[in-house]
Design a protein around this ligand. Sequence first.
Ligand code: MLT
Length: 263
Amino acid sequence: MQTQIHDFSMAYDEEGQGLPVLFIHGYPLNRQMWQFQTSGLNAVARILAPDLRGFGDSQPTEGNYSMELLADDCAAFLDALQINKPVVVAGLSMGGYVTMAFYRKYAARMAGMILTATRPGPDSVEGKAGRDQAAARVQRGGVQEAVHPMLTKLLSPVTYQERPELVAQIKKIMEHNTVQGILGALMGMKERPDSTPLLTKIDLPVLILHGADDQIIPSKEAESMHQAIRGSQLEILPRAGHLLNMEQPDLFNQALSRFLATL
Ligand code: MLT
């Protein structure tokens, strides 16, 4: 499905009924990364999974995509669907950065928060330089230049060994994005603010999920967020890397169902 949001047409999936859960994908992915949640959780919630601008089937726009801009897009998406009651926002990695930006601006629109494979801190100096190098490679060589470096570290070593078909599927998802989208997100992530001071202020039910084998964001980030966010729950999934919701969909969905049942 498609809906007009600000200056672009946004693609999204919607399934199920009940409490809306807004799933925000990571980089350089798109809404297809939530396919096991759309199919596995539609009996317990109303699943909403948009493609952020420039990703998947959403139109790209030029310029930097700040995490705040992407949070504004998500709020406008809820408006377009006429959802005025609070929703659960579930973001993975970059989607988690957007979730924290969403909380900063739209806390009253949230009934709960799910932070998956993410971290609150900003990019380090080296991290920012890495964004510039990645952007230069993508400008020269296209989307593939973003796919290859990510594909080698996105998953648990066990997933690479045992599930080549899942690895191939994830590669295809990453290929279905635009150069403008990738550049916009790289620059937006590079400039994102430090959300660490926000953590102690969060006044919502929070579930933190992380893969034990995450090679991109170490699980100690999840443990520190758990310590800082009052009343938060933490689950570290075994045999899962950065894309734990696709590598361990059953364990992931069970954790979400348990959390949603408490709201
Ligand atoms: C993601 O999965 O969204 C990215 O790894 C986040 C990042 O590059 O900081």
